[in-house]
Design a protein around this ligand. Structure first.
Ligand code: ADP
Ligand code: MG
Length: 619
């Protein structure tokens, strides 16, 4: 029998390979524009006709090519970007596989003009279906112009596979925006069928975002920043009030390459969880800089997924960075009890952008700090005395017995009833009497109706923020117990206690191992006067373990949430007027007063209208 394996002719092999790289006009545009960027251009013009079916032209002012390089650039695996396999691990350019031009040529008519700065004349190449038809000298601008005509002329199956012009244009637009956003330092223009779609002068990222998505973005963005040895983040995220029902603009760029990453998307969404309504989405434009060795190098040109070596760590860094940005940039409202007591709410007008209310927050403000006055300058005298009230309340809290166990955690990020607060910033006036209902809710009159604060939820939030500060190393006083209190756990819990030793110390606990599963507690947080330490530890571990599974919290947050829930549950003593004031003051001094760390609302407002409706005659 004769041999049956044949080598495919180059042209056919190229056509097949081209199918992988060039699926539609947008992919050809991406490749050509990326080549222009790699060539160091700072001005790139894109001209498209009939959604790319008839013409795609990219003109750049980059390095240009010599006539030999220009000729070779159409060959498969022709690349100037890597020369050995090791280079693969440090690649920073957009392309490196030397496939794009060869692929485009295999399925289109391609005309290139290119000239280096040092050459007087450039070169002009005409290429059809992988074959060079002509090459001659020509006068042209410095840089490279590549025109791709009649895409898929020799692959009817592909041509027929293309969608409507509208759909193909949308793909082109997406690719264009991805590359324009990641390179604000490059000027871009984009024409389709003779009309200018985008004209983007060189600028910075914020201006580029606004130029791409319109002026309203000017007021919607908060910058983010995180620099560490392992990974850096920069860019912008949208303010919570700008969240939209549709998945808005969400862009990740890793080393300036656009990527999709569901897991990291979650890191961003999760940071907003308590701040935006369910089913709404923030926008973000986040740049990740990481050593290329930390990412999977096997990046296919059409793939937008990137694999990081340590995704969990990147997740938590990113999550923390976004949270910090939301807190730092005064996005979280803090209410000022002494001044603004008469707060007018103007009804929203349709279509008019209403700026969010003026907000003040100090990331360093610690309502528990009663020692040296390190409080920030804007702390008002009244806040000071309220803090003292709070301290009393807090002292009381620790003395009480019989823990009341809280409900099961509600889903993280539930958002009922917060809208009214975000929209009105309504709060009780200074002299308003507060009422304690069923030892559970603090009720107070506010301008729009009645405010109800869930006492235990509020405490959880206040304590949570306090413990987070402590876990961050900001104060970890401990009181030595006169008599060590011995506690004993199951082997698994004992191991967890040992694992959490450092966090427990930050909170003020001091434990000495006395057996394989037993410890002597010799120090506790000063505000915890607890004779049921065994029970407190058990509950805390239980919370910690279930948080880890259901909430995927960071370790410190988890610890702070677990402990605050446990301590808040112990507060069963009825509050007096002063204490209620203190509670509400401390709550609104929190970074995020509206939810417990578990996502339960701490406060809601019942509007006067709604109360009135309760008394209406039933039909
Ligand atoms: P890759 O970008 O993966 O190297 P391409 O097929 O896209 O492969 O391009 C092949 C080579 O052609 C590039 O490595 C580069 O040297 C050269 N080249 C392509 N486009 C341009 C351009 N616009 N300006 C200068 N050189 C270019
Ligand atoms: Mg390329």
């Amino acid at each position: 029998m004769s041999d049956i394996i044949k080598l495919l002719p180059d042209a056919v092999a190229n056509q097949i390979a081209a199918g992988e790289v060039i699926q539609r006009p947008a992919s050809a545009i991406k490749e050509l524009v990326e080549n222009a960027i790699d060539a160091g251009a700072d001005n790139i013009r894109l001209i498209v006709k009939d959604a790319g079916r008839t013409l795609i032209q990219v003109i750049d002012n980059g390095s240009g090519m010599s006539d030999t390089d220009a000729r070779i650039s159409f060959e498969r695996h022709a690349t100037s970007k890597i020369s050995n396999a090791n280079d693969l691990f440090t690649i920073r350019t957009m392309g490196f596989r030397g496939e794009a031009l060869a692929s485009i040529c295999a399925i289109a008519h391609v005309e290139m003009k290119t000239r280096r700065e040092t050459d007087t004349l450039g070169t002009h190449i005409i290429n059809e279906g992988s074959a060079i038809k002509s090459q001659e000298l020509c006068a042209c601008e410095k840089g490279t112009s590549i025109a791709v005509k009649n895409l898929f002329f020799n692959v009817p199956a592909r041509r027929n596979f293309l969608k409507s012009d509208q759909v193909e244009l949308r793909h082109i637009n997406d690719e264009f925006l991805r590359v324009a956003l990641s390179h604000p330092d490059i000027a871009f223009t984009y024409f389709h069928n003779g009309s200018e779609m985008y004209h983007l002068p060189k600028s910075n990222l914020k201006k580029r975002i606004v130029a791409c998505f319109g002026n309203p973005y000017n007021d919607k963005l908060v910058s983010i920043e995180h620099v560490s040895d392992m990974v850096s983040f920069s860019g912008f995220i949208s303010k919570p009030e700008a969240a939209r029902k549709t998945r808005g603009e969400q862009f990740f760029f890793t080393n300036r390459r656009f990527m999709k990453h569901n897991y990291l998307n979650h890191a961003v969404f999760n940071a907003y969880d308590e701040l935006i309504k369910k089913d709404t989405f923030p926008s973000f434009f986040i740049f990740i800089e990481i050593d290329p060795e930390q990412i999977d190098v096997n990046i296919h040109p059409t793939k937008t997924e990137i694999k990081f070596q340590d995704e969990r760590l990147i997740y938590s860094f990113l999550n923390a960075t976004v949270k910090k940005a939301l807190g730092m940039h005064n996005v979280l409202p803090s209410l000022d009890f002494t001044t603004d007591t008469n707060f007018d709410v103007t009804p929203r007008q349709g279509g008019v952008y209403v700026p969010p209310p003026e907000m003040k927050i100090s990331p360093n403000f610690n309502p528990f700090d009663t020692g040296r006055d390190t409080s920030p300058k804007h702390t008002l005298p009244n806040e000071r005395s309220n803090k003292d009230n709070w301290q009393k309340l807090y002292d009381e809290l620790a003395r009480t017995a019989d823990p009341v166990l809280p409900d099961e955690p509600s889903s993280f990020g539930n958002s009922n009833s917060v809208t009214s607060l975000f929209e009105t910033n309504d709060r009780p006036g200074d002299d308003v009497k507060m009422l304690l209902l069923h030892n559970r809710f603090v009720a107070a009159q506010v301008k729009s109706g009645m405010m109800l604060v869930d006492k235990q939820a509020a405490l959880e939030r206040i304590l949570f923020e306090k413990y987070l500060l402590m876990l961050d190393g900001k104060g970890n006083a401990s009181q030595q117990l006169l008599f060590p209190h011995s506690v004993e756990f199951s082997p698994a819990d004992a191991e967890l206690i040992t694992e959490l030793n450092e966090e427990l110390r930050s909170l003020g606990f001091e434990l000495l191992p006395t057996g394989s599963n037993s410890f002597d507690v010799i120090g506790t947080p000063p505000d915890l006067q607890d004779d049921k330490l065994q029970h407190t530890f058990e509950k805390m571990l239980e919370n910690f373990k279930s948080n880890r599974i259901s909430l995927k919290l960071g370790r410190n947050e988890n610890m702070a949430a677990a402990f605050s829930r446990q301590v808040a549950a112990k507060q069963t003593k009825p509050l007096v007027q002063e204490e209620m004031n203190g509670l509400i003051d401390s709550l609104f001094a929190c970074e995020n007063p509206y939810y417990t760390p578990y996502g339960k609302s701490t406060v809601c407002i019942i509007k006067t209208d709604d109360i009135e409706n309760l008394f209406k005659l039933q039909q």
